[in-house]
Design a protein around this ligand. Structure first.
Ligand SMILES: [Zn+2]
Length: 698
């Protein structure tokens, strides 16, 4: 329906855009089941004209807000601003979805062409002074407007978005901020490029077969393949990419080569060569500090975290230290256990950081004895999907109907209609399981259309989850690893969040803080390993027998493996990130001294190196995770505590809890701030105990 309205506007604007929209499916009424994107009709060449048209329309909508003669009020300014640009969001969603899951050189070229246009378009709006002036006028009289809770939040968020970009500053400071921002983007780009060069600049080349001692066959053949593609025939190459260096550290019996490879890995960007990141990083930190001060914050961490669930850097520090202490104690225990193996084998040396993976593997075999291949026959793709369908049916009463009439962009993609408890249509869900050229790596959840309200009517969301799971081989179905299985549950959690979102406004219903967003996804992973559910979905693909108790026990125990190391390595990086962005360490004169001061302060043991060191900490080079690397464990504490509520109740599918979780955590993000929502669900703030228990840290 909304397409028609746009067509009318387009028609009234120019004849050209009308003619164009008639044969461009992106600009026409989709006329498909559930309003799904017409993937069967969309061609690459439709995107650029559609983008141009959508930007033109968005711009016209903004102009209309700015140039109207009426006094600014909530409806004519805030609501109108939130409604604007709907066609552009739709086209961006479809393009982004396809470019991630099923790209080709032409789409990549379109991405290159459209990205700068879209950035300029957004900047024009973000720095539109007249627009901000109207927003501010509404904001200043917010107490007299009789707004409801959701409208008040929308107004505050919209105002904040502009203010956090500096719109409220006097002109000279605004200009200063623009310059700082420009320099920040240059510096962070350079940091990333240097890191990439460092990643690619090192190769461990092995030409003597004896130096491969201990390595499994598949690792050796991958290294031979790597060598061939690098032009080293009859040799083996190991690189600083994770899938290459990790198994080398786990299995290579050559201690000296492990050291060489791991040193190269941890020293990336810190080699005093043309790719050195030390000076650049220090510059980045001082630019961010200046930026934060201009915007009225004490430091960059204060600025970033003020908008997050955690609220203040102090809250994040308190949280990190709470996990740090037991994690460090656990890691020391793990170290001692490994040293005992070295001593037993008459190794006559002290465990070093490059030995950790190797001896951890020995501990894994001795203590946990879990072989991934034993598990796989129970976890076919269909089994796991059915397990998730069963889970969401038990929790929320959902049902899923395969809809073959819905157009898809690749024959492997399946479209499901999702029905709510009462049988009403909740949304559409695509599942795209396997890798192929043209799909980027990893797993993710996205939307082709976000849920929204229009004139009192709910527009149902169209959600997609995209993964790169093992394919079927021969007559064997797709057998998923445990990691793939939990990833499927994880992404499905994001999908539920998108399906249930129930806000009236784009800005408030579709965005949650970074330290909240992984709660809906991670909590679902907890159910994946629950014996009660496993017995229902993990059925052997040949015999149909449910997974035996003995395997379930091994699976449960293996969760505790290497948890001290895993947490210490991560937390040290998270604390380092926060130290940099709060400026807490004032005595250091360079990057290496700074790092040392941080690690000394928290009592880091020398056998563990932070997961990222400053000069190769890609997460914090850009703005995404700067002062925000903590969010992963933060969400871990939330999901463990939230899941514990179900366990504690004695009913994994407790209906009262499920309906509160759906309401406060998944559906009503437009109404509540993160912690507020959590307390409404749980009755109190999250406790760290369930997380510590789950990770074997207590
Ligand atoms: Zn996620």
């Amino acid at each position: 329906m909304k397409k028609l309205i746009y067509l009318l506007i387009a028609f009234s604007m120019t004849l050209f855009s009308c003619r164009q929209s008639q044969d461009n499916p992106l600009l026409a009424d989709f006329n498909t089941p559930f309003g799904a994107p017409p993937f069967d009709k969309i061609q690459n060449e439709h995107f650029m004209p559609a983008y141009e048209e959508a930007m033109r329309m968005h711009k016209a909508e903004i102009e209309a807000i700015v140039n109207q003669p009426e006094t600014p009020d909530f409806a004519n300014t805030i609501e109108a601003y939130d409604n604007a640009g709907e066609l552009l969001s739709q086209i961006s969603s479809i393009f982004g979805g396809l470019n991630g899951a099923n790209t080709n050189p032409e789409l990549q070229q379109i991405a290159k062409e459209s990205t700068p246009l879209l950035t300029a378009h957004r900047n024009d709006i973000r720095f539109n002074e007249k627009l901000f002036d109207r927003i501010r006028q509404v904001f200043d009289k917010r107490n007299e407007l009789n707004l409801n809770q959701e409208q008040t939040r929308l107004l505050e968020k919209v105002y904040d978005d502009f203010a956090r970009n500096g719109a409220a500053l006097p002109e000279n400071q605004r200009n200063e901020l623009k310059e700082i921002n420009q320099r920040i983007s240059m510096v962070s780009l350079q940091l990333s490029q240097n890191l990439l060069a460092e990643n690619n600049g090192f190769k461990l080349i092995i030409d003597n077969k004896d130096d491969l001692a201990g390595l499994p066959e598949d690792v050796i053949s991958a290294a031979a393949e790597e060598a061939r593609s690098a032009g080293h025939e009859e040799k083996w190459v190991f690189t600083l990419a994770k899938p290459s260096w990790t198994p080398f550290l786990q299995f290579s019996q050559r201690r000296d080569l492990r050291e060489k490879l791991y040193r190269a890995y941890t020293m990336r960007g810190n080699n005093n060569n043309e790719n050195d990141n030390k000076a650049l990083f220090t510059e980045l930190i001082s630019l961010r500090q200046k930026m934060a001060e201009l915007l009225g914050y004490e430091n960059y961490a204060e600025y970033f975290i003020s908008d997050q669930m955690a609220g203040t850097p102090k809250n994040v520090y308190d949280f990190l230290y709470q996990v740090w202490e037991p994690a460090l104690a656990k890691a020391i225990g793990e170290r001692n256990e490994m040293q005992a193996i070295i001593d037993r084998e008459n190794g006559d040396f002290k465990l070093e950081s490059w030995d950790w993976w190797y001896y951890a593997e020995k501990v894994r075999t001795e203590k946990y004895n879990l072989n991934g291949d034993e598990l796989k026959p129970y976890f076919t793709l269909d089994n796991v999907r059915n397990g998730i369908f069963t889970l969401t049916n038990n929790l929320y009463g959902l049902t899923f109907i395969h809809r073959q009439e819905v157009p898809v962009y690749h024959p492997e993609v399946q479209a499901y209609e999702v029905l709510d408890k009462n049988g009403s249509h909740l949304g559409l869900l695509y599942i795209d399981p396997h890798p192929r050229p043209g799909k980027r790596s990893g797993a993710w959840c996205g939307t082709y259309r976000s849920g929204s309200w229009k004139n009192g009517e709910k527009i149902a969301p169209i959600v997609t989850i995209v993964m790169n799971f093992t394919r079927p081989a021969g007559d064997q179905p797709a057998l998923l690893s445990w990691d793939e299985t939990t990833t499927f549950f994880h992404e499905f959690g994001h999908a539920l969040h998108n399906l249930f979102a129930n806000g009236h406004y784009k800005r408030t219903s579709r965005s949650v803080p970074r330290d909240f967003v992984e709660l809906p996804s991670q909590i679902l992973e907890n159910w994946a390993g629950e014996p009660e559910l496993l017995k229902k979905y993990a059925l052997h693909y040949k015999t149909g027998e449910p997974i035996p108790d003995e395997l379930i026990l091994k699976l449960t125990n293996s969760k505790y493996f290497n948890q001290g190391f895993d947490n210490v390595e991560y937390l040290a990086a998270a604390i380092l990130d926060l130290d940099w962005h709060t400026g807490i360490i004032t005595t250091a004169t360079d990057v290496n001294e700074f790092e040392k001061a941080t690690l000394d302060r928290i009592g880091m043991i020398p056998e563990i190196v932070p997961r990222y060191r400053t000069t190769n900490f890609g997460h914090i080079f850009g703005s995404g995770y700067a002062a925000g690397y903590y969010v992963y464990r933060w969400a871990g504490v939330l999901d463990a505590d939230a899941f514990y509520a179900f366990k504690e109740s004695g009913d994994l599918y407790n209906q009262e809890l499920a309906s509160k979780f759906r309401k406060f955590i998944l559906a009503e993000n437009a109404l509540w701030e993160g912690m507020e929502a959590y307390v409404k669900f749980r009755g109190h703030e999250p406790s760290i105990e369930p997380f510590l228990e789950r990770s074997g840290l207590k």
